[in-house]
Design a protein around this ligand. Structure first.
Ligand code: SIN
Length: 552
């Protein structure tokens, strides 16, 4: 079946929903999301959203903190634009119904939290459930808007791309333009053509490429993979942020212990109760995430222990329960009373600082294709994202993209909705052994965890490249041979993103920010002060997954 819309938004996190609410002033909006609308990373975000909101803070301080964390790779004009937009975007969120915590004795002012790498208190929060508060408020507004149509259980498979030959070119000199997406309706099993004048990738990150992650199950790199396959430029994929403190417990797989716990005095200790962060960084427990995750990794490797501990039990029990109700209750349900005992924690894949390359307006190099939120690489995060800058980036760039579309609305609304070929199943057949998917899924995630983790080496990267090769080839063949299922679509996406992360990591011959590689321990500002860009048009880089026959 074929459907059409003015704006097709893929994903229901903070960036997709924020953009939808604004784009609905221009035209018809359709949002597709592959599972339930609340299955987003936004919904799990605990810490909050960073912005300059007090007289003890300044734009310059926030800019400096972001640049310092980003290890030389942030684009300063983007950082400035995002930081200076922060207060307005927070006010907008408040106006649509987000309740950030205010000070107990001064409700006119927000209660601002602190996190690693920030030199001032600047995190607007809703205790440790900030993401849920934002997600609920946005979904509520979206539901009230008759111009927005939200489809759950609709998984985007690939972008519809046309060449501009035959289509009147606009002012840009781009070769390709995005015409919408092929979308798998999970209920009917059909793949529909969704034709759109503007397509916006907001499908989150790719934590599921790794065995251990704080991300929800939806984080399979769909946006990055679709964009790369379509010819978009993707960048900085070697900069995978590992959150230092994920709960270590056999019964839970992705529960985050917010950095705000360290912001309120929590300290990292080893199994003997010894603080260790000062050994590694003068900023101690509030060093930036790259430094803290590496320190924990070093401690765990040296001691052979399975985890380290985060201790906040020295603080008043009433304060802990009030400030961190979700963390307190969740840990208690696993038998850990955080008011009395340290919390076992390990680092886990948390955030992709790279992504689909965009300009200041969220535009990619493919016309009418935007990327927002964790899917995008805007230049804000550089080599290491500053804590709580991601929700900020998402709302600011949703606004930027809206402004860009509004500015061009006449062109956009008069863009023809082109006929596009139906999805072809070729000689595909039903897959009758799901283990063909699950085994590869498991292997990729284990390989990435063990070989492309917090500290890398050229040897391990080359080994993983070799070991991924037959898996990627097999996934490519499954994709050709079997009817698409959601699991197969996601497997293909994590496989491609894994391959791209390995390629990017091998390209960057230095250690910087989140990319630590033992063979090149120093930062090299002469040769490597630039993004690592991958694109299908670069014929020097081949993909076992996308071009398997070139290797047969
Ligand atoms: C946290 O609460 O530690 C996560 C916040 C973030 O990733 O920015």
């Amino acid at each position: 079946m074929a459907f059409s819309t003015d704006f097709l938004i893929i994903g229901t996190g903070i960036s997709g929903l924020s953009f939808a609410l604004k784009a609905a002033k221009i035209g018809r909006v359709t949002i597709v999301t592959k599972k339930a609308k609340v299955d987003t990373a936004t919904n799990l975000a605990q810490g909050g959203i960073a912005a300059v909101l007090s007289k003890d803070d300044s734009y310059d301080l926030h800019i400096q903190d972001t640049l310092r964390s980003g290890a030389g790779l942030c684009k300063e004009e983007i950082v400035r634009m995002v930081v200076e937009n922060g207060p307005d975007r927070i006010r907008e969120l408040i106006n649509i119904g987000v309740h950030f915590m205010t000070r107990e004795h001064d409700p006119a002012h927000l209660d601002l939290g602190k996190e690693g790498g920030h030199s001032a208190r600047r995190i607007a929060h809703a205790l440790d459930l900030t993401g849920r508060e934002i997600e609920n408020a946005l979904l509520h507004k979206v539901a009230e808007n008759p111009d927005i149509h939200l489809l759950e259980n609709h998984l985007a498979v690939d972008l519809l791309i046309g060449s501009k030959a035959g289509v009147k070119p606009s002012t840009s000199n781009l070769d390709d333009l995005c015409l919408g997406a092929y979308v798998l309706d999970r209920e009917s099993g059909q793949i529909d053509n969704w034709r759109a004048r503007v397509t916006v990738l907001c499908s989150g990150g790719c934590g599921k490429v790794y065995l251990y992650t704080t991300n929800p199950d939806i984080a399979t790199g769909d946006g990055i993979a679709m964009a790369y396959r379509a010819g978009a430029r993707v960048g900085n994929l070697e900069f995978v942020q590992f959150h230092p403190t994920c709960l270590y417990h056999p019964l839970t797989k992705n529960f985050l212990i917010s950095e705000a716990v360290r912001g309120e005095g929590g300290r990292l200790i080893d199994a003997k109760g010894v603080h260790f962060m000062e050994k590694y960084d003068s900023r101690g427990d509030l060093a930036t995430r790259d430094a803290v995750a590496r320190a924990i990794d070093t401690e765990m490797k040296a001691s052979g222990d399975d985890c380290v501990y985060l201790d906040i039990s020295h603080k008043d029990a009433g304060f802990i329960k009030k400030r961190f109700p979700n963390i307190y209750q969740t840990c208690l349900s696993y038998g850990i009373d955080i008011t009395k005992q340290p919390i076992p924690v390990v680092p886990a894949a948390h955030y992709m600082c790279g992504g689909v390359m965009t300009d200041m307006w969220g535009r990619t190099n493919i016309e009418n294709l935007f990327a927002l939120g964790e899917t995008a690489c805007t230049g804000l995060h550089g080599g290491n994202r500053l804590a709580s800058n991601s929700l900020l980036e998402a709302v600011v760039f949703a606004n930027q993209a809206y402004l860009a579309c509004d500015n061009e609305k006449d062109r956009i609304l008069s863009t023809a909705l082109h006929e596009s070929p139906e999805w072809s199943t070729g000689k595909a057949r039903m897959i009758n052994e799901k283990v063909l998917i699950s085994h590869n899924w498991d292997q990729i995630r284990r390989l990435m965890w063990n070989y492309v983790g917090i500290v890398r080496s050229v040897n391990r990267l080359n080994l993983v490249k070799k070991r991924l090769e037959p898996i990627l080839r097999e996934v490519a063949h499954h994709f050709r041979d079997y009817f698409l299922t959601p699991d197969l679509v996601e497997l293909r996406n994590i496989a491609l993103v894994a391959e791209l992360i390995v390629q990017s990591s091998l390209l960057r011959k230095e250690s910087r920010g989140l990319h630590a590689i033992v063979d090149y321990p120093e930062q090299d500002n002469v040769n490597w002060l630039h993004d690592t860009i991958l694109s299908r048009s670069d014929k020097t880089i081949k993909s076992y997954l996308l071009d398997p026959d070139e290797y047969e």
